[in-house]
Design a protein around this ligand. Sequence first.
Ligand code: NAD
Length: 294
Amino acid sequence: MEILDGKKVSNQIKDEIAVEVAQMKERGEKVPHLAAVLVGNDGASLTYVGSKVRSCKKIGFESTLIHLPEETSESDLLTQVKALNENPDIDGYIVQLPLPKHIDEQKVLMAVDPDKDVDGFHPTNFGKMALDMESFIPATPYGIMELLRRYNVDTSGKHTVVIGRSHIVGRPISILMSQKGKAADSTVTITHSRTKDLKSITLQADIVVSALGVPDFLKADMVKEGVVIIDVGITRVPDESRERGYYITGDVDFDEVSPKASYITPVPGGVGPMTIAMLLKNTLLARERHHKMG
Ligand code: NAD
């Protein structure tokens, strides 16, 4: 069993980006600038956004955090989005999800300029991705692909079973892994909450990508010997004995499943850090594209 060490690989990617940023500076070019919009005070969102902004600083990007109160109206948020679209200093930005219930998420994501949509959530980017065209690939599936590539995990002709059909993980990873290329060329089955007898399907999987958000959901008797496990789940489980009052766990019962696996991502330290690294990579790509366009 080999651990797919997302923490290590994400640090390598960040180092590679930092080298490129240093070169940009030497050439007197503007460095990439990522902005993040956060509405409200959701604990997990605050952690994610904080860590994205810190990572920007570390690798030499400029970053701006726009933290708006929970009661921000949809039209005020749309005004903010418009301002970011029009600000030539911003190369890319994200609107951290979930948004408060009174705001229509789809409406906001549609308002983001596709050229600055480093989360890859705009239909233009999602459509381009599905058609093998150059686009911004959503950071989590992009991170999974990069992790598989860097560990040379053989995916060609393998049966990949994806658990979960969300727009940000399950659906895009099922598209990417069925495409041509490295870490792809897989035969993909996508499963979800209405899937019948999931176990009979996961037992046929060479690779399982689990993105449903239920702790310890995937057990050893649901997978075959030698399986590759990508655990995307991140759940905060309340735990009074810890200083911060919770611990983080994935969808996979790691202790049970890891002895059967050929490769497995840990939680934390697997897909999570890769997501941040690929968001930075997308921001670098955005900067390069804007630079080329003049
Ligand atoms: P989601 O929460 O929007 O949806 C869950 C999906 O799981 C749905 O498509 C549903 O059909 C499916 N599902 C629910 N119960 C099921 C069952 N019993 N059998 C099969 N499928 C079932 O999905 P999401 O936003 O992709 O999040 C999933 C998990 O991944 C969460 O824990 C989230 O925190 C985590 N996540 C992690 C990262 C990362 O960077 N590592 C990024 C995004 C999401």
